[in-house]
Design a protein around this ligand. Structure first.
Ligand code: GUN
Length: 282
C-alpha cells in the first residue's frame, strides 16, 4: 500500500513560514497585496479564486478582487492590468484562466508586469524557468517539488514521466524535474504506446485532465504517483486523473484528490506573492 502524500500537511508547514515572512514585511511597513481578476461565470474558476483569497487571508496578504462580467472587452481587461501594474499596493497580479473565448489569453498574460506575474506565465518568467534561474516558481510544479522534498523522495537519476504538455503544468513540471537531475519524458495525446512509457516511470505525474485516466496496469510497482487532475466523475464527485483505489496498491507514494496537489498550488502562489513583495522596488 502506498504512503499518502498529504498536500494539506505540507501546505500548512509552508504557510507557517509565509506568515512569518509577511509579518517581517509588516514590521518594515510593507503590506503584501495580491490582485485577483476573474472574468465571467466559470464555476470552477470561482471556487479556485475563493480559495486563493482565503489563502491570502490566512497568511496576512491583502487581496483585491476584480470580478468582471463575461462581456468585458480585451481592451478593458488590458487597461485594468495596466493600472494594477502601476499600483504600488499590488505586488502580484493573477488573472484566472480560462478567459472567455473573445479574449486573447496570451495577450493578457503578456500585459502583466513580469515582476508581478505570480503565476509565472509571462514569457519572461517562462524563459527563466527554462534556464533554471527563477524569479517566480510555476505554482503547480513547484508545489509538487515541495511535496517530494517534504517526503524525502529524491528525483536525481530517476525516470520521470509527465503525462500532459500544458504550459501551466506539463512543460514547467518537466523543467523542474530536469533541474533536480531526473531523466524526464513528456507524454501527451499523440504518444504511441503510452502504457509502456508510463510503466518505465519511477515518478509518474498525471496532468491529463481526464477522470481515472491512469490505471494500475500503467504503473510500475513502487512508483511515486502524482495526480494533478481536478475532474468531476459521473456522480459529480471531485476526482483526479488516477484510479486512486487500484493504483494505491502498487505505488510507493501517491497524492490523493482532493488534498494532494491542489492545496500546494495555492500555497506556491502565496510564496510567489510574498516573494514579489520582498523584491518590490519601493
Ligand atoms: N486556471 C487553472 N489553473 C490556473 C492557475 O494556476 N492560474 C491561473 N491564473 N489560472 C488557472
Amino acid at each position: 500500500m502506498a504512503q499518502i502524500i498529504d498536500g494539506r500537511l505540507v501546505s500548512q508547514a509552508k504557510r507557517e513560514e509565509l506568515k512569518n515572512r509577511v509579518k517581517a514585511l509588516n514590521d518594515k511597513g510593507v503590506q503584501a497585496g495580491l490582485a485577483v481578476i476573474i472574468v465571467g461565470n466559470n464555476s470552477a474558476s470561482r471556487v479556485y479564486v475563493n480559495n486563493k483569497k482565503k489563502g491570502c487571508d490566512e497568511i496576512g496578504v491583502k487581496s483585491f478582487e476584480y470580478a468582471l462580467p463575461e462581456e468585458t472587452t480585451q481592451e478593458e481587461l488590458l487597461s485594468l492590468i495596466e493600472n494594477l501594474n502601476k499600483d504600488s499596493a499590488v505586488d502580484g497580479i493573477l488573472c484566472q484562466l480560462p478567459l472567455p473565448a473573445h479574449i486573447d489569453e496570451q495577450a493578457v498574460i503578456n500585459a502583466i508586469n513580469p515582476y508581478k506575474d505570480v503565476d509565472a506565465f509571462h514569457p519572461f518568467n517562462v524563459g527563466h524557468i527554462m534556464i533554471g534561474d527563477y524569479t517566480f516558481l510555476p505554482c503547480t510544479p513547484a508545489g509538487i517539488m515541495e511535496m517530494l522534498d517534504f517526503y524525502d523522495i529524491s528525483v536525481s537519476g530517476k525516470k520521470c514521466v509527465v503525462i500532459g504538455r500544458s504550459n501551466i503544468v506539463g512543460k514547467p513540471m518537466a523543467m523542474l524535474l530536469l533541474k533536480e537531475n531526473g531523466t524526464v519524458e513528456i507524454c501527451h495525446s499523440r504518444t504511441e504506446n503510452l502504457k509502456e512509457e508510463c510503466l518505465t516511470a519511477d515518478i509518474l505525474v498525471a496532468a491529463v485532465g481526464k477522470a481515472y485516466f491512469v490505471t494500475a496496469d500503467m504503473v510500475k510497482d513502487g512508483a511515486v504517483v502524482i495526480d494533478v487532475g481536478m475532474n468531476r466523475n459521473e456522480e459529480g464527485k471531485l476526482c483526479g486523473d488516477v484510479c486512486f483505489d487500484e493504483v494505491e496498491k502498487k505505488a510507493s507514494f501517491i497524492t490523493p484528490v482532493p488534498g494532494g496537489v491542489g492545496p500546494m498550488t495555492i500555497t506556491m502562489l502565496l510564496e510567489n506573492t510574498v516573494r514579489a513583495a520582498e523584491n518590490y522596488k519601493r
